[in-house]
Write a protein that binds this ligand. Sequence first.
Ligand SMILES: [Zn+2]
Ligand SMILES: [Zn+2]
Length: 261
Amino acid sequence: MKEVLGRPIDTTHFADLHVHTTGSDGKMTPEQAVEFAQSIGLSAIAIADHHTTKPALAAHEHVQREGLEIQVIVGTEVRTKDGHVVGLFLKGPIERNITLEQTLCAIHEQGGLTIAPHPFFRVSSLTDERIIDIMKSRAEGVYFDGFEVCNAGVQYQSLRNDRIQDTNIAAQFFYSHYRQNRSIGAAIASSDGHRYTCGSAITGYNGDLKTAILQQRTLAVQLEPHEQWELLLKAIELFGEQRVIGNLSLAELKEKFFGIR
Ligand SMILES: [Zn+2]
Ligand SMILES: [Zn+2]
């Protein structure tokens, strides 16, 4: 595992704080997502489907019913006028297409936490100007609790297409520069998983997850390529080769996966 940014602490738990399911545009059902997360040893998973908290609530109920050990965080990813925002520890959905400031307030009004996902990435992402606006704002409820310094989905797309820039590098540079500003929040690493895995980028913490984020005591961690490959093998074991890799052979997939041409 590669430590990206954050406090070099003795991390005992790991969470994937940004996972999509069949509740929006993901492949795993909410139940499969939590079971996969538990099978790879995560302590917590946030289901953050687009414009809905229902899949996260379904995952939470599944964990309760089955007596699973993993913590499910009710989240959502919502489009604002300025790009995507992830809300965590929510009670219900958040209105879409309102301003960034209004969105941050709405999440905080529910007692939730606000995360800037895939900053600076192509479309649908917050720009540096708007993030700086938020850091300068003194308005109530207008701040970030977390900032994705690593989004595995961004890395995945840029590895496969030369024209797509890996904006994680810019996000890490930006975070390193502004980390003293409390309104940028904790360093977060997430998979933004849409397919049959999650956990390729994870946030390390100790004790209570929400408290750790609020106190900026997190460690953003990225799995090495060979570890990500193991996640994929685990997914094949759980969900079957046909579903996970489709019509590709394992050899072809390995070539794609490691970006070898
Ligand atoms: Zn997004
Ligand atoms: Zn997402």
